[in-house]
Design a protein around this ligand. Structure first.
Ligand code: AMO
Length: 438
């Protein structure tokens, strides 16, 4: 018999159907056995006779029976199929599960993070864990949708690169035959090259950061949602595009992930029409005025500053989002555009939300001579970025772009305590699938 999905069963009252899935929970009540069977669309209660008591958790079944309405007393309002159940007529075991190392039937998994990750294939069967990746898929889908709606072309950036785009030492070197290359920290230079031809481009790419410290918000392999656009009048055009993009993503998550948000009792970040925009110095002054803590003159916001400024702005304006721009030019990568009126500060920006940086972006240097000057001042090797530099020889208009980290958004939207939970197969300094030995 043709397979019916669990989510379609409510419309089949009185009909005999076949459902396929895994045993989620099983309760024996005298002659009857109750099983919650799970497929990719949800769970349904099966009512069976004695023989089914042989089945164990996570066994995989094909089961045929008649869908009937539950009596009033046994309706489960928390389950989308809570008004129906299946009277089992026959079943076959498609695959038998080994004994489980821990109970995954509880509503809360309650596992330590290493256990959660060491048994990813199994913990991923838990609805609450699945919800994380459903939300992440919607974040990535809606980023793509927004970009396409606004005339951006998707491109594929390389992962093996000859030079470090973002500067710094957070880069993995690879043996490339008998030469040296790197894993890409960002598609930055390639999105800028592609932009010079297509005007508006975006990519959804893995990027690699050799983060030397283990924190709750850093991974070594990240899904980067990148965009780049030509013909801007100022960095604020980039900011406006990014603002509209993040609001679109949040709206879509709100509309398409109702059940998933409920599982985490998560509320979406609050937004207002005009997302607040502060210079770094204004943000530092505000932190000083409100908390007495003096970070004025620092070259960047540290995690405590990010938390404080988000809290202050949320209280003052009701917005959980805030843009901070105008960082010390020399502290940011060579491609960021210095403010013409105050060249020691740049027109780069970060978007913060609920105390964490969600993205970076801003206007870029588009003038070839200025770019060459930066290459020299930032001690870059021009021979390693010839493709990039050549692109800027041939008339590039004012331009800019931005990039979100998909795991950061997922973690923050759902209020997860650790970014590793928001990566299907997280990598960090100590873990590549499992904890690495010294
Ligand atoms: P940046 O280095 O700020 O900017 O990275 C952009 C966004 O990517 C996410 N992110 C990370 N998430 C988890 N773990 C990490 N180790 C990590 N590193 C970065 C963050 C961050 O805001 N080329 C610029 C972007 C641009 O200007 O267009 C860049 O890579 O959410």
């Amino acid at each position: 018999m043709e397979r019916t999905l669990v989510c379609e069963a409510t419309a089949k009252i009185g009909q005999k159907i076949t459902i396929k899935g895994w045993v989620s929970t099983k309760r024996d009540h005298g002659k009857l056995t109750f099983i919650d069977l799970r497929d990719r669309t949800g769970k349904i209660q099966l009512v069976g006779y004695q023989k089914m008591s042989e089945l164990g958790p996570e066994d995989c079944l094909s089961v045929t029976g008649t869908i009937k309405e539950r009596n009033e007393k046994s309706i489960n309002p928390n389950l989308p199929t809570g008004k129906i159940e299946m009277d089992v007529e026959e079943y076959s075991l498609l695959a038998k599960a080994a004994p489980l190392p821990f109970d995954i039937t509880k509503e809360e998994l309650d596992l330590e993070l290493p256990t959660l990750l060491d048994h990813r294939s199994l913990t991923l069967r838990h609805p609450k864990v699945q919800a994380i990746f459903k939300v992440q898929a919607v974040i990535i889908d809606s980023f793509r949708e927004f970009m396409k709606q606004n005339g951006f072309l998707e491109f594929q950036a390389p992962s093996i690169v000859p030079e470090i785009a973002e500067g710094g030492s957070e880069v993995f070197q690879v043996d490339y035959f008998d030469k040296k290359a790197y894993l890409s920290q960002s598609p930055q230079l390639y999105k800028q090259i592609a932009m010079t031809a297509f005007e508006r481009v975006f990519s959804v790419n893995k990027v690699f950061r050799a983060e030397p410290s283990v924190t709750t918000r850093h991974l070594t392999e990240v899904v980067s949602l990148d965009a780049e656009m030509a013909f801007i009048d100022s960095w604020r055009d980039v900011k406006d595009m990014e603002d509209a993009c993040v609001k679109y993503i949040l709206n879509q998550v709100g509309e398409r992930c109702i059940e998933e948000l409920k599982l985490y009792q998560a509320s979406l970040p609050k937004t207002i029409d005009e997302t607040p925009v502060l210079s770094l110095r204004e943000a530092q002054q505000k932190i000083f005025d409100k908390t007495g803590r003096d970070c004025r003159g620092e070259k960047d916001l540290n995690p405590e500053d990010e938390r404080d400024i988000c809290k202050i702005i949320a209280e003052e304006t009701g917005s959980d989002l805030v843009f901070v721009y105008g960082y010390p030019t020399k502290k940011k990568p060579f491609y960021v555009f210095p403010d013409p009126e105050e060249p020691e500060f740049n027109q780069g920006m970060d978007l913060l939300c609920r105390g964490v940086e969600w993205s970076s972006g801003g206007r870029r240097v588009n003038d070839y001579e200025q770019l060459m000057k930066h290459v020299e001042e930032w001690h870059m090797d021009p021979n390693k970025i010839t493709l990039f530099l050549e692109a800027f020889k041939y008339a590039v208009p004012p331009e800019g772009g931005f990039a979100f980290g998909a795991e950061r958004l997922t973690m923050q939207i759902l209020g997860l305590g650790n970014i590793r939970e928001a990566s299907l197969f997280p990598r960090d300094m100590e873990r590549v699938d499992f904890k690495l030995n010294k």
